[in-house]
Design a binder for this molecule. Structure first.
Ligand SMILES: Nc1ncnc2c1ncn2[C@@H]1O[C@H](COP(=O)(O)OP(=O)(O)OP(=O)(O)O)[C@@H](O)[C@H]1O
Length: 348
């Protein structure tokens, strides 16, 4: 029986779609989503979403209806078990002329289906690698994948080229080990901060930009008593772009924040934006940042054993994702708003 998903629910953003795609591919259940991204200024499928749709269908030989840019309705009938293999997905195929659609979000859509499939996979992803309002590839590499490794997922990413808004042009190679056995995660205490490591990067821009971002971030974080080292990097790229990406390593957990360069924003200000977010998180004492909080739900519900974690903030992304996952009847997710904890018991 087709599972009906209301894309306008809660956040009403792309995540409702991506979570539904992953779970349909994993369970083999057909889905029908209406009101896709109804909560956004420009509703319907954008390049990143359409690429995720096609990627999910490709790995399980699924059938699609409504897979077009701007579409607010999608039907997806998985064609059988997910097939490990060699794949390539490019957001510019969804949007001719180029797009900085976040390939990290395409990656998150297919990662679990491929990790649970039999056999290993190699995937090339082309598009935006460091795009605001989505996990950056640095976050995927230094935060998301290491946290998932603790739950039994083995995957690596290699950044081949940086892809910024608006041109994209980034390249990432992803390797996923199949046949994983997922185990639950218990993360209520983060432990002391070991260090903050950062990457200040610019493509096709002068070397003083990453250097200024790096030294501003180091000064600010050291003044706050944190142990920090930021590497300044100048890289080649298809277009100019700059940003700083900070990863905080606590004894029991990881988190990451970024700042993006843009015209008329000083390098120092970009660094300050990233540092402010990190210091704000540091003060909460929580082990799991607001973003990882919603991203951990999917592996947790598919794991054997209970998961429980404490989050810095209960976002609507978290509660929306919990509701979407529960539509598939895969387990029970309880979000305690006051204690800021999440408990997940899967039955898959
Ligand atoms: N700075 C960040 N670091 C890590 N993850 C992030 C960050 N910003 C956003 N995310 C994650 O990116 C995802 C964004 O989901 P969202 O539903 O907003 O969809 P979208 O497809 O990006 O686009 P739209 O919001 O336009 O529909 C969420 O999982 C969120 O936690």
């Amino acid at each position: 029986m087709t599972i009906e998903i209301d894309g306008s629910y809660g956040e009403g953003g792309g995540q409702v779609l991506r979570t539904s795609l992953s779970l349909a591919a994993i369970t083999g259940e057909p889905i029908r989503i209406t009101g896709i991204r109804a909560g956004r200024k420009k509703p319907g499928l954008a390049a990143q979403h359409l690429t995720a749709v096609r990627a999910a269908a490709t790995i399980c030989h699924g059938q699609l209806q409504g897979d077009a840019l701007g579409s607010t309705m999608l039907e997806f009938i998985p064609g059988g078990a997910v097939q490990a293999g060699t794949y390539s997905f490019d957001v510019t195929e969804a949007q001719p002329g180029g797009s900085a659609g976040a390939i990290t979000l395409v990656l998150q859509t297919i990662l679990l289906p491929l990790a649970l499939a039999q056999g290993d996979s190699q995937i090339t992803l082309l598009g935006g690698t460091h795009v605001i309002f989505s996990p950056t590839m640095t976050y995927i590499e230094q935060v998301y994948l290491p946290m998932l490794r603790r739950m039994g997922i083995t995957a690596q990413v290699k950044l081949g080229a940086w892809g910024w808004y608006p041109r994209g042009g980034g390249v990432v190679n992803l390797q996923v080990k199949g046949g994983c056995q997922l185990t639950g995660l218990r993360l209520l205490e983060r432990g002391e901060l070991k260090r903050v490591r950062g990457l200040a990067v610019a493509t096709e821009l002068p070397a003083h930009i990453p250097q200024r971002m790096a030294s501003r971030a180091e000064n600010l974080l050291r003044a706050a008593g944190l142990r920090v080292y930021v590497q300044a990097l100048r890289e080649k790229g298809v277009a100019p772009g700059a940003g700083i990406f900070l990863t905080a390593e606590y004894r029991n957990s990881l988190t990451g924040f970024g700042g993006f360069g843009r015209l008329r924003l000083s390098s120092e200000k970009v660094a300050e934006i990233a540092c402010e977010q990190l210091l704000q998180f540091h003060q909460t004492g929580a082990p799991v940042d607001e973003h990882l909080a919603d991203q951990l739900l999917l592996p947790a519900v598919l794991a054997s054993g209970e998961s429980q974690y404490k989050v810095a903030e209960v976002s609507t992304h978290l509660t929306t994702n919990a509701a979407v996952i529960e539509r598939f009847g895969l387990g029970k997710i309880t979000v305690h708003q006051e204690e800021k904890t999440v408990a997940i018991i899967g039955n898959w």
